[in-house]
Design a protein around this ligand. Structure first.
Ligand SMILES: Cc1cc2nc3c(=O)[nH]c(=O)nc-3n(C[C@H](O)[C@H](O)[C@H](O)COP(=O)(O)O)c2cc1C
Length: 356
């Protein structure tokens, strides 16, 4: 059995492995496959309405009774000024022209909403084993209600200071998200990218700084990374990018094509897709306008105008504007089923660690 059972005991799963929440590619099928294979599956809810979350929950509960994590963003809502939006659309004007689009047309892409009253009521009704957050924690009163409903609370920290902040506000476990990680940086106490730390350095420092279990995230894509994280003091790992290569992940064709070439393409932290720093495979848009641009409006507002160009480009078979979020270990991943990947990660980690 596993030597460190702090995470498995906390959330009631067999293996110290969590499917990293991934808004967009994350599906009910992915959550079910990972949970049934003994890990902690989860549903990323940041881009879903409460009705959609309920529908996905019903799909999940029909197929598994194992613990599931429901994941939310909890950023402070920003209002975009007309001027910022106009400037951003002006910056993107050559691309709107290239695809014959009207830069003044409003975006209809789904936005990213912070966790609030309506989702809290839904979680109180569903009572999932785990609720997790990115970008800090919601209001203390909402956290207290989730705890009252029996939910374990997880959140991402990208620095030791963030880990301490989360523990002091009631997080039951900390996801230490290293710089290698794909997708949005969970950073919330600072917006200075110079504060961001690699997984190898972050995990042991967070493990020393907090008394709750630590879950390592970022760059873990095979049994070696899994074992290394446990040796560094993690009680579990959270794996994201490797699951993008499974058929259960909802990944559009240009994104899948970019992932297949991960060995030849660098990743970069970019703010031009949504307004917040996130790691993805470099494409034409990131090369032209980013990776970091002061013109990108605050999160999530940069995404609206980009989504309009992206939809037209994708319809023409191009991934030039697709946010192909991926971590630095994407090239280690191989296409396989989600249950098989979960079992492989566990088997290879155990063999390296000499665990029966
Ligand atoms: C496509 C994608 C979407 C993501 N969306 C979310 C999300 O909705 N919520 C969240 O907490 N983290 C999100 N993340 C971050 C992951 O939960 C996790 O920190 C990261 O995938 C771990 O690094 P890895 O990709 O190298 O395994 C996302 C990551 C990716 C790759």
């Amino acid at each position: 059995m596993w030597k460190n059972t702090r995470f498995t005991d906390l959330v009631g799963v067999e293996h110290p492995l969590m499917l990293a929440p991934m808004a967009g590619p994350g599906t009910a099928a992915l959550a079910i496959a990972v949970s049934e294979a003994g890990g902690l599956g989860g549903l990323p809810c940041a881009m879903l309405t409460p009705e959609q979350v309920e529908r996905e929950f019903n799909l999940i509960i029909n197929k598994t009774k194992k613990p599931i994590n429901f994941n939310f963003f909890c950023h402070l809502p920003n209002v975009i000024s007309e001027e910022a939006d106009r400037q951003w659309r002006q910056r993107l004007a050559p691309y709107f022209a290239e695809y014959g689009l009207d830069p003044a047309a409003p975006s209809t892409a789904p936005s990213r909403n912070p966790f609030g009253e309506e989702m809290c009521r839904l979680m109180e009704a569903i009572r999932p084993k785990v609720v997790s957050f990115h970008f800090g924690l919601p209001d203390a009163a909402l956290v207290a209600r989730l705890k009252q409903a029996g939910c374990r609370i997880l959140s991402s920290a990208t620095t030791v200071a963030e880990a301490r902040w989360l523990e002091a506000r009631g997080a039951d476990a900390i996801i230490a998200q290293g710089y290698e990680a794909g997708g949005h940086r969970g950073m919330f106490l600072s917006d200075d990218l110079a504060t961001q730390v690699g997984t190898f350095s972050l995990v042991p420092q967070v493990a020393d700084a907090v008394s709750v279990p630590v879950i390592a995230a970022g760059g873990i894509a095979d049994g070696r990374g899994f074992a290394a994280a446990l040796v560094l003091g993690a009680s579990a790992v959270s794996v994201g990018t490797a699951y993008l290569f499974t058929p259960e992940a909802k990944v559009v064709a240009p994104y899948r094509a970019a992932l297949a070439k991960a060995g030849e393409t660098p990743t970069a932290i970019t703010n031009i897709m949504t307004g917040r720093p996130a790691r993805g495979l470099v494409n034409r848009f990131i090369r032209d306008v980013g990776p970091l641009s002061p013109d990108a409006p605050a999160f999530p507002h940069a995404a609206g105008a980009v989504a309009q160009v992206r939809a037209a480009a994708e319809a023409a078979g191009s991934g030039d504007f697709t946010a192909s979020w991926a971590g630095q270990s994407a090239a280690l991943a191989r296409p396989t089923g989600a249950a098989e990947l979960t079992r492989d990660l566990v088997r290879n980690c155990r063999s390296i660690m000499g665990v029966d």
